[in-house]
Design a protein around this ligand. Structure first.
Ligand code: PLP
Length: 382
């Protein structure tokens, strides 16, 4: 993150905390790195990582399409002007509403099970998602291409599902694979792409090979791109990619203020953000870099805990910090992906505000919710 510390202080002062801040330059740089590595590949942003309309609009303006997994995400894609070839509809259990919305937009459907050719709207464009049945180097909950994971059809089924799509009058364009998120070992990608390439004798040439996302923020993109391109060439196919985390993670930081400290056998620094703002540490044991935006004092180790009445409400463990005092600001880094998008109103907490730094100033891109926003859909008893 390259936002200067005085600008972070100013944002916390102006918009309050907890606050998500995004660096537009980092978002643009991440997209440039993807394009440099993957060349002509069509880029679909997996908006589950962060669906803020301002960020979507910026990516849309740069020619990026969207991978959507719900009616709500399809509505967001439409809202920022994406249509047709720029929209993918994905998900293991699509609803009638999602099929209809996808058809209205002229989207491409990612077929996830053998029954789907009979469920798609007439004459749909489609890819078949293949589960390569591989153990991958990530948290179990983030692995989507393992044998026994609920996603995709088996390698054996894939040629048959392509045939069934064609027989049902659909435009079966190719294959799709996405083996998980925050994958640490690049060899996992090579293995998955190689398994897909082995299907060529059974499928013949295809128009599209979509290799999903799942790249960690430090991933060797040129290496992954080379392997993906090699697999696509086997089919004579055009390459599509669906990065989520890679595009937005580094651009985003969660700013939180120190509320106080306590010792209960472990030293805790208590912050005004926790699991309701950033769920990933609790859900996946994710480790985010934590930076103290204050100086001075002896550095000791602290667990960073949020305000929720849940003992798992921890943002980080064993973080070296100079003596924290109430009001001090902490920056939780690499929080742009699956941070705000997974935030919740559990405990009737207001989901945080979000602000974008353009190198010279701030724009509020989501106001902080109020308690009234949180209960807006409920009925007050007469
Ligand atoms: C099908 C599909 N594509 C792309 C992504 C994006 O993954 P990541 O954010 O790890 O790049 C996901 C995330 O779960 C996904 O399920």
């Amino acid at each position: 993150m390259t936002i200067p510390h005085p600008a972070l202080y100013a944002a916390a002062e102006r918009f309050g905390t907890p606050l998500y801040v995004y660096d537009a330059a980092e978002l643009d740089a991440a997209l440039s790195r993807v394009r440099a590595a993957f060349g002509e590949a069509r880029v679909f942003y997996a908006m589950k990582a962060n669906p803020n309309l301002t960020l979507l609009g910026r990516l849309r303006a740069a020619g990026v399409g969207f991978e959507c997994v719900s009616a709500g995400e399809l509505a967001r894609a439409e809202h920022v002007g994406a249509r047709g070839e720029d929209v993918l509809v994905n998900g293991p259990a699509k609803s009638a509403q999602e099929y209809a919305a996808g058809a209205r937009l002229g989207a491409t459907f990612i077929v996830d099970r053998a029954e789907e050719p009979g469920l798609l709207p007439p004459r749909s464009r489609a890819l078949v998602r293949v589960n390569p049945a591989l153990a991958v180097s990530t948290h179990d909950h983030l692995a989507t291409g393992a044998a026994g994971s609920k996603f995709g059809v088996t390698l054996d089924q894939a040629p048959e599902v392509l045939r069934a799509l064609r027989e049902a009058g659909h435009d079966a364009r190719g294959l799709h694979v996405h083996i998980g998120s925050a994958i640490r070992d690049a060899a996992d990608f090579s293995a998955a792409f190689a398994r897909l390439a082995e299907l060529h004798p059974h499928t013949g040439d295809l128009e599209v090979l979509d290799v999903g996302g799942g790249w960690g923020v430090d991933a060797d993109l040129p290496g992954i791109a080379r392997e993906a391109q090699a697999a696509a060439s086997v089919f004579g196919a055009r390459l599509w990619v669906e990065p989520g985390r890679y595009l937005v993670a580094r651009a985003g930081t969660l700013l939180t203020r120190v509320v106080g400290t306590k010792q209960t056998g472990r030293p805790f620094v208590l912050t005004d953000a926790g699991m309701t703002e950033l769920l990933r540490p609790m859900l996946y044991g994710a480790q985010h870099p934590v930076t103290a935006l204050w100086g001075g004092g002896e550095v000791t180790r602290w667990d960073v805990a949020g305000p929720a009445c849940e003992s798992g409400d921890l943002l980080a463990r064993d973080v070296p910090l100079p003596g924290p005092t109430p009001g001090d600001l902490l920056a939780i880094g690499e929080a742009g992906a699956y941070g705000a998008s997974m935030s919740s109103s559990y405990l009737t907490r207001s989901r945080p505000a979000e602000a974008l730094w353009d190198g010279t100033g701030w724009t509020l891109i989501r106001r902080r919710e109020t308690p009234q926003d949180v209960w807006a859909a409920e009925v007050t008893p007469a």
